[in-house]
Design a protein around this ligand. Structure first.
Ligand code: FES
Length: 510
């Protein structure tokens, strides 16, 4: 199983590539084209297919390539944005509605596992949230009150499952965990068995209206569909939602413990960014899976340092035997704390989107499946207003800004660099990278372990911010809206649709 970075997540361990069934399609018009083969796209596609819609799912790489392959797979009914905050910003009724949606989402996971008999190490777990100082304790009490009002099964508890000092703790009942890749592989197969078409290595490069339906250009030809869902973590192209979501990276270690003292439950502290813990058994081996050290994408100079800080923090409390896996992953935090699920702003009504899940992707992926299936099949969802992507109106002139931005292509005059000059600029050790400037132009250079130089134009193909090197995952990451690219410029993560311009060093003048 592949992922959008150099490090290997626990979920990739011993997971082979998903092999899609052979599909042919010509000019037929599908009911729904789902773009993106992560847990959101696959779960939604299956729901729609089961409801009688003829669906086609297109994934640019392989299924689970994005954040679904790098999640820590906590299934929660409480979110990064607390019920106290939701109640304050959206009112008590909406906090209740959110809780109901989250509970329904977790029920859908359970139902899928049962219906398709999926062996994915699923287990219901209590979820502990604990305070460590007076300020956090006051906040925890507010969260408890608001969660209770929202309908959560919550109680105070005097112990937590991690050996960390705390002041006060609450427990949310009936949270859960699973092996995400085993789960979404099974759902992908169920989707195909139900008649759905699943295409891997099929990037959608453009979409336009054609008569009464949409026509999408793809690596595998034209795809026609009446409705389209962008389940690409963040929609591609230039869209209002890119200015309503901020990309973050989070860091995870899966470690074995000398004393076997693995947490019996899910646990979260209240720092910002917070640490999160759980235990996962994979193929008979137990791991403590712990995460944290979140930062805005491309805002950390040395991403290896984030792993070191996380490990040092864990070593204070746990007897680590070995770090078996370490990886990082991206998430998009919505500006007002709720995800955007519904009609894609400033687009025809038959184009839908799901984004801004924060650190709650496992839950919101299933909320998406419920909301969009109802919107498409029944024409409405009870949660439609709560998650409406159009709830924040664009400022005047935004539509023009989008049109202009979409046409901007970075003009790069790479041929001005001589090969000699580039080697002069690139005082890099193997494995290092940097963006160098020369006479007003920039060039992104990476030297691989064999001393080979890889050069790309650092101007992001979304709207031209300058990418930064992610040393841990060996990718070029964009600080503006989170696009990510391989060392050779291949686009890994939307919103960019195009690769970074590759600079062919062989062609440059000696
Ligand atoms: Fe928007 Fe790079 S992701 S400019």
């Amino acid at each position: 199983m592949q992922r959008d970075g150099a490090l290997t997540s626990l979920w990739q361990h011993k997971m082979p590539e998903y092999i899609s069934q052979a599909h042919t399609f010509n000019d037929e018009v599908f009911d729904v084209l789902i773009v993106g083969g992560g847990i959101t796209g696959i779960t939604t596609a299956l729901q729609l297919q089961k409801e009688g819609k003829k669906c086609i799912l297109a994934e640019a790489h392989t299924i689970g390539f994005g954040t679904s392959g790098g999640t820590t797979a906590h299934l929660n009914t409480f979110m990064d944005n607390s019920y106290a905050q939701i109640e304050k910003d959206f009112g008590e009724d909406n906090a209740q509605l959110l809780q109901t949606a989250a509970r329904e989402a977790l029920e859908l996971v359970k139902k899928n596992i049962k219906e398709y008999n999926i062996d994915c190490e699923y287990g219901e777990q209590p979820g502990y949230l604990y305070s460590q100082d007076e300020k956090q304790t006051k906040e925890l009490d507010d969260i408890y009150d608001a969660s209770k009002k929202a309908g959560c099964e919550i109680r105070y508890e005097d112990k937590i499952p991690v050996p960390i000092e705390f002041v006060k703790a609450v427990v949310y009942e009936k949270q859960a965990q699973f092996h995400p890749a085993k789960y979404f592989y099974a759902l992908a197969k169920a989707f195909e068995d139900a008649g759905g078409v699943l295409l891997q290595h099929c990037r959608i490069t453009g979409v336009h209206e054609k008569g009464d339906h949409l026509e999408a250009e793809s690596f595998k030809g034209k795809i026609h569909a009446r409705q389209l869902i962008y389940a690409t973590h963040i929609p591609p192209g230039v869209n209002l939602l890119h200015f309503r979501c901020a990309p973050y990276r989070s860091y995870v270690l899966a470690v074995t413990l000398k004393d076997g003292n693995y947490p019996d439950g899910l646990a979260y502290d209240m720092y910002d960014p917070y640490h999160y813990y759980r235990t996962q058994e994979v193929d008979g081996e137990k791991y403590l899976v712990a995460g944290g050290e979140d930062h805005k994408t491309a805002h950390e100079e040395n991403t290896e340092e984030c792993f070191r800080r996380l490990e040092a923090y864990l070593m204070k409390y746990f007897k680590i035997d070995k770090v078996a896996f370490k990886w990082s992953s991206q998430f998009f935090a919505p500006t007002d704390g709720l995800p955007y699920i519904g009609h894609l702003p400033l687009n025809p009504d038959n184009i839908f989107v799901a984004t801004g899940f924060g650190g709650n992707g496992m839950t919101y992926s299933h909320v998406t499946a419920l909301v969009l299936t109802d919107m498409i099949v029944k024409g409405e969802s009870r949660y439609e207003k709560l998650f409406d992507p159009n709830r924040i109106k664009p400022v005047a002139g935004f539509e023009n800004f989008i049109k202009e931005s979409a046409d901007v292509v970075a003009k790069f005059i790479g041929d001005r660099f001589t090969k000699v000059k580039i080697h002069e600029l690139a005082e890099l050790a193997p494995g290092e990278a940097k963006v160098v400037k020369y006479e007003g132009d920039s060039i992104a250079l990476y030297k691989d372990e064999n001393g080979g130089l890889h050069a790309v134009n650092p101007s992001c193909t979304h709207i031209n911010c300058i990418v930064g090197w992610n040393s841990a995952e060996q990718t070029w990451d964009c600080p503006c809206h989170g696009s990510r690219f391989s060392m050779d410029g291949e686009v890994f993560t939307a919103p960019a649709r195009k690769n970074l311009e590759k600079i062919n060093l062989e062609k440059l003048v000696e």
